[in-house]
Design a protein around this ligand. Structure first.
Ligand code: ZN
Length: 225
């Protein structure tokens, strides 16, 4: 099987704190350009099911809300990229949530270099403040009638009743605030140096994430041109 040509491949790496909506943007990019979505969460969950030593251990680590070790992350990422390399009609991919700490960023760079996609890679940061992140994660509304969860962002914040069924809202105070704060602290400690690593190389595309989903996506497309 002939591997796909490197130069036509689109490669995106999405970064951003919890609640930034980077996953949504990653999926929009996939839809727009026909790319493969490679989310670390999905892939790690699939890896757990293998039930070997690492698979079983990962289940405990992830249930406790801890980060999987970098060597595991990078190994799994490498396997994913190898798989993509084999695909004939691969148009590209979006990596979501892989380089949370600086080692991983350095090794992911090496991997992209190895698979000859480094030149294609665009690194996008969906930026929101800590306050906004906390608000979005803890102040979601839920429809009493249909159960729809309304994110605390953009135009959604103005909704008075459910946009799907007209039902009344209840504010869903997430009871996992401590876990969320821990995630945000980890982001500050681990991911911010990673962002600086990309910034120094002038490779970080920074997008204001405190807008509607559509406007964030528009800004991303603008920045890519
Ligand atoms: Zn509803």
């Amino acid at each position: 099987m002939k591997p796909s040509k490197s130069k036509n491949i689109k490669a995106f790496l999405l970064l951003g704190p919890a609640g930034s909506g980077k996953g949504t943007q990653a999926k929009l990019l996939c839809k727009k350009f026909g790319l493969e979505y490679i989310g670390s969460g999905d892939v790690l969950r699939a890896r757990q099911k293998t039930k070997d030593f690492t698979g079983s251990k990962l289940t405990g680590v992830m249930n406790r809300g801890e980060l999987a070790p970098s060597f595991v992350i990078v190994k799994i990422l490498g396997d994913q990229l190898e798989k993509l390399k084999k695909q004939k009609k691969n148009k590209g991919f979006v990596l979501d949530g892989w380089t949370r700490i600086i080692y991983e960023a350095i090794l992911a760079d090496e991997a992209l270099e190895w698979y000859e996609w480094a030149k294609n890679a665009k690194i996008i940061l969906v930026k929101i403040s800590k306050k906004e992140s906390l608000n979005r994660l803890t102040k979601r509304k839920q429809c009493k009638k249909c159960g729809r969860l309304i994110p605390w962002l953009g135009e959604f914040k103005k909704l008075k009743v459910c946009d799907k069924c007209g039902g009344e809202f209840i504010i869903r105070r997430d009871d996992k605030i401590i876990a969320i704060e821990k995630r945000l602290q980890e982001y500050k400690k681990e991911t911010v140096p990673t962002l600086n690593y990309y910034r120094k190389k002038r490779r970080l595309i920074e997008i204001n994430g405190e807008q509607s989903i559509e406007d964030v996506f528009k800004d991303i497309l603008k920045a890519l041109n």
